[in-house]
Write a protein that binds this ligand. Structure first.
Ligand SMILES: *[C@@H]1O[C@H](CO)[C@@H](O)[C@H](O)[C@H]1NC(C)=O
Ligand SMILES: *[C@@H]1O[C@H](CO)[C@@H](O)[C@H](O)[C@H]1NC(C)=O
Ligand SMILES: *[C@@H]1O[C@H](CO)[C@@H](O)[C@H](O)[C@H]1NC(C)=O
Ligand SMILES: *[C@@H]1O[C@H](CO)[C@@H](O)[C@H](O)[C@H]1NC(C)=O
Length: 802
């Protein structure tokens, strides 16, 4: 349905219900008589173009009370009902280009009080007569009758404008083939703007018609032609003579190809104009400028100058603004301006200038210059400082190659400068002194240059007023911690497109006023915790896109922070991970935090498992004997019935007490009556078997009782203590009191308790003290025998012996 394409190409979602509605009432494009009956929604933009509409009946737009723009372009209207536009109570723009309109009087728009723009270009209107209803269009400020058939403009046709209240009209009559303007037709008429481009067939017609503008008061008059439509063959003297009778503020002369260098009479009738714009003129020289001109602003855009006509232009004594731009032959600026005390703005941008000794000599005649724009030229050599221009407020050199810059403080005298743009000027800043003296500077743009050692040092000392700093694309590798020390007023920092790896807090800490930070396109892998806090506190715009984020779980706090800062962070969809490999090109926002939390638990679990394992190993190492014993004991328990009591007692003693054991204990017990069999490690342990097995197998498992010979040596010996501990547990397992303690000497009780926890056993078990007196010995042996006899079974042999 090709007719619908204009609708659908408008992405305004509000149009969709409209389209749906039209499908319901039938396709409007193919209905010769189309009348919309019900619209419950009013749209602010209504596009009706090229729908083959021929008829708009009364009240067609009745309910569109909020509609502000109605475009009917391209519909070959045959019939417009007298009430066709009723109900459009908010309409501001009516675009009826190419709609087959023959006369302004045919338009039923009298009641459109809110209408500001009426565009009826490309129709068949042949008369400029403005109908009476214009007096009621009190908001109208723009009327285009471009490309119609108006050829005669006579007196009285515009009279309605004199009665009309409201803003002055902009009237576009370009591309009409005007043959004659009756003198007086514009007498007493006030317009905002009058456009008469490509209206005249030849020099004479144009000259005569301009005479017909006499008496017009207009803010801006636009004359000339179009690039591709040139009709007047040549500019000759006297062409603009008629303008002497016209009162205007601004004169625009545009696209006049065959200008041929004659400016002799161009300015004659423009002395009282305050602003002149020459656009796309074949103007290579300024020949004469009359004295006493009041021109304050002069612009030459796309002209053909080869050299800045500074000397001639200096004759415009009142000149305040001069712009010569986009002139592709303009390469030279040899002679400077003379005596232009009012000149404040000089814009020489987008030419091909090569300036070898900028700029004092060129601008000495304009001592009050405030704004100088030399951007987009070829090259500029700054050998001479700006001695005489200390009133400069802004200086723009961007995209011109700056020579002899970066080694000296050339701007020292520019103490009032607030704006400096040296972006992409191929400069390498070698000296920290380059910006010295710029104490008022608020904006410094220097993208696309470079710094010594690719690092920012104390280059911005004393720039305390700086609000905006652009050091993007400067190949920076690092920023020293003193760089921003004086920039406490900086609000906007663009340090993108460098190769910075860190954004460390101490460096950026002095930037107390910073609200916008562009750190995109660097090599940042993550942000430290401290940085995260500081940045979030003060910034309202932070761009970290296109960095090299390391999306491993060790930076979990960073990812959590990113998720919380969606308001602050810009271009988050372009904050992607570049490592580890499996995360490549995942956006940081889509980074799955639970994945890390999972692995944290995993790590925690495995760590604690490892800890437990280590603990177990340690315990095994420390209690190896005990464990071994326990194992043996358990296996022993199983066979306890099989176990024979080979010995009556296993003697635990320190090897230092071996004499007492041999001389007293063994002699008395083994050779006495009844005889007891003692297990002694020095005698009964099997050689070649690990000592621990011996202790367990021979000692405990084969003995009924344990005799512990307690002495200070015993307490010092680890082996004795170990054996004693085993004896205790053995006793516990067997469930009977089986330890006989013989205390050889007087012992410190505290020491006993501490080392062995002995006292418990001293109470529960048989406790004998050895004394060297005969009478005591007697009692001792009796008690010992009694203790050993407890639970003893006798073999036949022994009974026989007894
Ligand atoms: C017109 O716009 C106003 C305010 O935007 C709104 O309140 C009103 O409902 C609109 N009228 C229609 C008919 O859509
Ligand atoms: C200087 O001229 C260029 C090109 O016309 C323009 O983009 C820039 O904004 C101007 N600079 C200033 C400070 O106005
Ligand atoms: C910075 O300013 C101080 C005091 O205003 C001044 O003494 C010092 O010389 C200046 N330093 C530079 C590098 O301009
Ligand atoms: C920073 O500079 C780059 C180009 O150098 C530009 O594309 C970007 O928009 C700037 N950022 C801001 C916040 O102005």
């Amino acid at each position: 349905v090709p007719c619908f394409l204009p609708f659908l190409s408008y992405t305004e979602a509000a149009l969709i219900p409209l389209v749906v509605h039209m499908l319901q009432v039938g396709h409007p494009c193919f209905r010769p008589s189309f009348r919309m009956t019900t619209f419950h929604v009013c749209y602010s933009y209504f596009l009706y173009n090229r729908c083959c509409l021929q008829t708009i009946e009364n009240y067609a737009f009745e309910d569109l009370c909020n509609l502000s723009t109605l475009i009917l372009t391209g519909n070959p209207l045959q019939y417009l009902g007298p009430s066709a536009f009723f109900g459009l109570t908010s309409l501001q723009r009516l675009i009826a280009v190419e709609t087959n309109i023959f006369s302004l009087a045919d338009l039923p728009i009298r009641h459109l009080h809110t209408l500001e723009e009426l565009n009826v270009a490309n129709n068949h209107i042949d008369s400029l007569t403005l109908p009476k209803y214009f007096t009621s269009l009190t908001s109208l400020r723009f009327l285009s009758l471009q490309s119609n058939r108006i050829s005669y403009i006579s007196k009285g046709q515009l009279d309605v404008l004199q009665e009309r209240k409201g803003p002055y009209l902009t009237l576009v009559l370009s591309l009409n083939d005007i043959k004659y303007i009756q003198p007086g037709a514009f007498e007493g008429i006030q317009l905002q703007e009058l456009s008469l481009r490509a209206c005249f067939n030849n020099f004479t017609v144009m000259k005569d018609c301009l005479q017909g503008l006499a008496g017009l008061q207009v803010n801006r008059l636009i004359l000339g032609e179009y690039r591709n439509i040139g009709r007047v063959e040549n500019f000759q003297n006297g062409l603009l003579d008629g303008l002497c009778q016209v009162q205007m503020q601004e004169f625009v002369f545009i696209s006049f190809e065959r200008f041929q260098n004659h400016t002799d009479t161009v300015f004659e009738c423009l002395l009282n104009v305050s602003s002149i714009r020459f656009v796309d003129l074949y103007l290579a020289q300024v020949s004469t400028v009359p004295e006493f001109s009041k021109v304050q602003s002069l612009e030459c855009k796309l002209c053909k100058f080869k050299e800045v006509p500074a000397v001639k232009l200096s004759l415009f004594r009142k000149l305040r603004v001069l712009r010569i731009t986009k002139s592709k032959y303009l390469t030279n600026f040899l002679n400077g301006f003379k005596d232009l005390p009012s000149l404040e703005v000089l814009d020489l941008s987008e030419n091909r200038l090569s300036l070898t000794r900028c700029c004092s000599s060129h601008l000495a005649g304009a001592p009050n210059l405030k704004h100088l724009n030399l951007s987009f030229n070829y090259f500029i050599s700054l050998k001479e400082p700006f001695g005489c221009l200390n009133g400069l407020l802004s200086l723009d050199f961007q995209h011109s190659i700056l020579k002899d810059f970066g080694v000296m403080p050339l701007f020292r005298s520019l103490t009032n400068l607030t704006y400096l743009d040296i972006s992409y000027t191929g400069v390498q800043i070698l000296c920290e002194c380059v910006f010295w003296g710029l104490e008022s500077l608020q904006v410094l743009k220097m993208a696309g240059n470079s710094f010594k050692d690719n690092s920012l040092a104390s280059n911005f000392r004393n720039l305390t007023q700086l609000r905006t700093l652009d050091v993007s694309s400067c190949k920076l590798l690092q920023v020293s911690s003193s760089t921003f020390a004086d920039l406490q007023n900086l609000q906007n920092l663009n340090i993108s497109n460098n190769r910075l790896k860190t954004l460390d807090t101490t460096t950026y800490l002095p930037l107390q006023a910073l609200t916008v930070l562009d750190f995109s396109n660097n090599q940042l892998t993550f942000l430290m915790h401290t940085a995260l806090q500081n940045l979030a506190d003060q910034l309202i715009h932070l761009d970290l896109s296109h960095n090299m984020f390391d999306c491993s779980c060790s930076h979990l706090s960073f990812f959590e922070w990113v998720k919380k800062q969606e308001q602050l962070l810009q271009n988050t969809e372009r904050m992607v991970c570049s490592s580890p490999v499996n995360m490549k090109n995942v956006t940081v926002l889509n980074f799955d935090l639970s994945y890390c939390q999972l692995s944290i638990t995993l790590v925690a679990v495995s760590a604690s498992m490892a800890l437990v394992a280590v603990l177990i190993m340690f315990l095994i190492y420390k209690y190896y004997f005990h464990l071994y014993y326990a194992v043996v004991l358990l296996s022993g328990c199983k066979h306890s019935s099989e176990r024979g009591d080979t010995y009556d007692a296993f003697v635990i003693h320190s090897s230092k007490d071996v004499d007492w054991v041999k001389e007293e204990l063994v002699k008395t017990l083994e050779e006495g009556v009844p005889p007891f069999r003692l297990c002694l490690h020095y005698r009964d342990f099997e050689p070649g078997v690990p000592i621990i097995s011996n202790i367990v197998q021979e000692g405990f498992l084969s003995s009924r009782k344990v005799i512990a010979v307690i002495s200070s040596h015993f307490l010092e010996s680890h082996w004795c203590k170990f054996e004693f501990e085993i004896a205790q547990s053995w006793q516990f397992v067997e469930g009977k009191a089986g330890i006989i303690l013989i205390v050889l000497e007087e012992l410190d009780k505290a020491m006993q308790r501490r080392l062995l926890g002995l006292s418990r056993y001293l109470r529960r078990n048989t406790y004998l003290e050895w004394k060297d007196k005969e009478i005591s010995k007697h009692i001792f042996w009796r008690q010992l025998r009694t203790a050993l006899l407890d639970g003893k079974t006798w073999t036949h042999e022994e009974v026989k012996q007894m």
